[in-house]
Design a protein around this ligand. Structure first.
Ligand code: SF4
Length: 210
């Protein structure tokens, strides 16, 4: 089956399975979303939401976060993984957004990518969720599920992103990102995929290998 056809079929089945697929991160501004997405690396959305509900209640603007001392910021976000590194990036990012962008998160993929701590996944999520623009972020779940399904045969998330963007219509990029994440978290788990109850098993390359 051609990749476009397979991806359309898989997305249709996943859409039926997860009609409410979307970001689970809590935020009330574009800047808060950016901080939440940066914090989400190697952490669960629950951990991030716990940390941000306390953090944003006190500090939720670039100016406020730029002015925070690094140890204080580390203390506030220590409930997520690699928090020291994230604190350093968030402080530097907040200074750049405050000074270079007058406090507004740039709505441009390359400018987002140039911010400290922002990789392609974060920039794609910001474009899609934050600005309603085309974006297909590839995290560990999207990369794993797309490879198992046989949609892509790639070694890196960057290669997966490029291949998925070629086979999925632009208008569905953001939805595809959320659907593949939902499926990866709930069914196609890293260690033990639950293939027996999987709605796309019939079409999955990995299930053909068994
Ligand atoms: S059949 Fe198994 S490997 Fe394939 S998508 Fe479903 S859970 Fe993942």
């Amino acid at each position: 089956m051609r990749k476009q056809k397979l991806s359309a079929l898989v997305l249709k089945l996943l859409r039926n399975e997860y009609p409410n697929a979307g970001t689970m991160l809590k935020f009330s501004s574009i800047f808060e979303l950016l901080i939440a997405v940066v914090l989400s690396a190697q952490s669960t959305d629950e951990q991030v939401n716990r940390v941000t509900s306390a953090l944003f209640a006190q500090y939720n603007t670039p100016g406020e976060m730029a002015a925070l001392e690094l140890p204080a910021l580390e203390e506030l976000i220590k409930g997520v993984g690699i928090f020291r590194n994230k604190a350093k990036n968030i402080k530097e990012m907040a200074i750049i957004i405050r000074d270079k962008y007058k406090g507004e998160v740039p709505a441009d993929f390359d400018e987002l990518l140039a911010l400290p701590g922002v990789g392609r996944k974060t920039a794609n999520v910001m474009m899609a969720v934050g600005f309603g623009q085309p974006g297909l972020g590839v995290d560990t779940h999207v990369h794993r599920v797309a490879n198992r399904l046989g949609l892509v045969h790639s070694k890196t998330p960057e290669q997966t992103e490029k291949a998925l963007k070629q086979m999925i219509p632009v208008s569905e990029w953001s939805e595809a990102h959320h659907l593949l994440i939902f499926h990866g978290r709930r069914v196609c788990k890293a260690r033990k995929p639950e293939c027996a109850g999987c709605v796309v098993e019939k079409h999955c390359a990995r299930s053909f290998e068994k």
